[in-house]
Design a protein around this ligand. Structure first.
Ligand SMILES: C[S@@+](CC[C@H](N)C(=O)[O-])C[C@H]1O[C@@H](n2cnc3c(N)ncnc32)[C@H](O)[C@@H]1O
Length: 227
């Protein structure tokens, strides 16, 4: 069940729109990216604009130069992340669906971010394993936003691709009330619940979850710092 706004005079939509109106400007490239995702028949599951902006601030605050994103879709969050990188920064983004990656590539090129973004196509877990095997340099910031039941495995691989001070961010960690008490056969909710427990208990992590409201309802984003 998606969590909905309650006991709120204005509702989550109004709160989200209020923050957008304060901090976001019209952005033709990002709007075109969303339109291209709609037109290609891809799911409308990009991060929402205020969250894209928040991610870009995290990149700047942490002075990240190397970012790993798991789950590209049409490149919407990738554009936010890549734009926040310095001139010599790199974003590696992983996507299973070749047609999604094609749409993302076109959008990223349109945003002028082609030189900074490396889209790798295939199953994220397989790509992550080969990155670890080839001893790829550690990432400063890793954004987990793909297959929810695999979040705990993404976390383990992300840890192997990190250094002390790296940041792990994971979207949709309270995507449903069921995350709080998952039903036995609910793979998505229990996958996320296990991930949340893992970041809470992991000795190498200092982590929290920020509950968030938006037009999509209530959700949460996890933030973890590698000690
Ligand atoms: C929520 S969307 C990503 C949205 C994107 N981060 C954004 O905000 O613009 C999740 C993406 O992960 C991809 N995905 C799902 N399972 C995957 C897997 N096993 N390996 C790689 N990508 C996967 C999906 O195809 C989808 O494009």
């Amino acid at each position: 069940m998606r969590l909905m706004s309650n006991n709120f005079e204005y509702g989550y939509d109004a709160v989200d729109t209020y923050v957008e109106s304060l901090f976001l400007k019209n952005d033709a490239v990002l709007e075109k990216t969303i339109t291209s995702i709609q037109k290609s028949g891809m799911p409308q599951i990009s991060v929402y604009p205020n969250l894209g902006h928040f991610l870009s601030l995290l990149v700047k605050i942490s002075k990240s130069k190397r970012i790993l994103e798991i789950g590209t879709l049409g490149g919407y969050s990738a554009i936010w992340l890549a734009r926040a990188l310095p001139e010599d920064g790199t974003l590696v983004t992983l996507e299973r669906q070749e047609n999604y990656a094609d749409t993302a590539r076109a959008n990223i090129e349109e945003a002028g971010m082609k030189e900074k973004v490396d889209i790798r196509i295939g199953d994220a877990l397989a790509i992550l394993k080969s990155m670890i095997k080839s001893e790829e340099a550690p990432f400063d910031l890793m954004f987990l936003d793909a297959h929810k039941p695999s979040y705990k495995q993404y976390l383990n691989h992300a840890l192997s691709l990190s250094r002390p001070g790296s940041i792990i961010v994971a979207d949709n960690v309270i995507f449903s009330e069921d995350v709080i008490e998952p039903k036995e056969n609910d793979e998505m909710a229990s996958g996320i619940h296990q991930f949340n427990q893992a970041i809470a208990k992991h000795p190498k992590l200092d982590a929290t979850i920020l509950p968030l409201v938006s037009k999509k309802g209530l959700d949460g984003i996890a933030l973890a710092l590698i000690k």
